[in-house]
Ligand binder design. Structure first.
Ligand SMILES: NC(=O)c1ccc[n+]([C@@H]2O[C@H](COP(=O)([O-])OP(=O)(O)OC[C@H]3O[C@@H](n4cnc5c(N)ncnc54)[C@H](OP(=O)(O)O)[C@@H]3O)[C@@H](O)[C@H]2O)c1
Length: 328
């Protein structure tokens, strides 16, 4: 299998009659993913915790593609697994199929706090919230795959290259906040929490892909978008001093790739026909050749590192997440 792909938005096929959800579709990468799927006729639910921000995104997309006929709002707050399950159940009352699910929502430089269910927000929102949302939708996804002989159903999990910096997941640590009087130590812990949540996203994708491996037409994959200057770099609520916030923003602004290139790994996995033709499953895709730093050319399948391939760790995360969901 060729591991490098040339992909443009023109490669997205006609998606009429398909239904998609993009979590965090009201901003940044999620908004552009929603826009390009809707442009090709897909009915896209922008899953967001804010109705007004979702409506604003829908208005911007309408400006661009000329219609908002295919766009809808789905209320989803990933802060709690309970809320995520309710949102998924509500969706299943609205639609009888789900062809594309992009688990994209995320957060970055935030004040360290626990979610109402007692998990540090990086892990709670990015991993546990998505775990609850996607798992609840799985029967509908399977039904969509079964009900249509030629259908191909896609789940795309937004991970990040930063998982490569992660230490193994420590299940006591995910229930604690962090703070240090030394800015450098706070920064280090903030980045580590972010990286671990992205490792959790990767484990979740791999376990999910394993779970449905016998289903011919369900494709579960993960991606890294590249370094892209979005709202995630608004570090004003982070515990970092102003000069560290500035460096973070300048780095993304000056050295990142643009958002239209940043969405290419996700859109390829969500809609490109080559995913089916080449049976692309359980992989992690990066923008090349610099992993989305400074310069963009093609997208490619990246070899997952040793920690990311640790099967026992991913199974342990799955058991932990199931227990957390049960408790919620
Ligand atoms: N930008 C990059 O350089 C980069 C690099 C690697 C990976 N990523 C990943 O790409 C994804 C998208 O990030 P982005 O760069 O597009 O940032 P963004 O513009 O800040 O978008 C993040 C989205 O997630 C939503 N979100 C945050 N907390 C939520 C919650 N509790 N419930 C529901 N939605 C929530 C946000 O909604 P609100 O508007 O309500 O906050 C927003 O729509 C994230 O998973 C991020 O980790 C980004």
């Amino acid at each position: 299998m060729s591991a490098t792909f040339n992909f443009t938005f023109d490669d997205i096929p006609n998606l009429e009659r398909k239904v998609a959800i993009v979590t965090g579709g009201n901003s940044g990468l999620g908004e552009v993913i929603a826009r390009e799927l809707a442009r090709k006729g897909c009915k896209v639910y922008i899953a967001s915790r804010s109705h007004s921000r979702a409506e604003a995104a829908i208005a911007r997309i309408r400006e661009d593609i000329g219609t908002d006929e295919n766009l809808a709002f789905l209320e989803l707050d990933l802060e709690t697994m309970k809320g995520a399950v309710m949102a998924a159940k509500f969706f299943m009352k609205l639609e009888t199929r789900l062809d594309i699910l992009v688990a994209n929502a995320g957060l970055g430089g935030i004040k360290s706090e626990l979610t109402p269910e007692g998990y540090e927000r990086n892990f709670g929102v990015k991993h546990l919230g998505h775990f609850a949302f996607v798992s609840t939708l799985l029967p509908l996804i399977q039904q969509t795959a079964d009900g249509n002989v030629d259908s191909d159903v896609r789940i795309v999990i937004m991970s990040s290259k930063s998982y490569e910096n992660s230490h193994p997941i420590d299940f006591d640590n995910v229930r604690t906040t962090y703070h240090s009087w030394f800015a450098f130590l706070t920064l280090r812990e903030m980045l580590q929490r972010y990286s671990r949540s992205k490792l959790a996203n990767l484990y979740f994708m791999r376990e999910l892909a394993d779970l449905v491996k016998d289903r011919k037409n369900i494709y579960v994959n993960a991606c890294h978008p590249g370094l892209v200057y979005t709202h995630i770099f608004d570090l004003s609520t982070s515990p970092l001093p102003w000069y560290m916030q500035l460096v973070g923003q300048l780095e993304a602004k000056l050295l990142g790739i643009n958002v239209n290139d940043g969405v290419k790994t996700a859109l390829f996995l969500a809609a490109d026909r080559r995913v089916v033709d080449k049976n692309i499953k359980g992989i992690l895709m990066y923008p090349g050749p610099t992993d989305g730093f400074v310069y963009f050319s093609n997208i490619y399948i990246r070899t997952i590192n040793k920690l990311g391939l640790d099967d026992e760790a991913r199974k342990q995360l799955w058991r932990f997440s199931e227990a957390a969901l049960e408790k919620a």
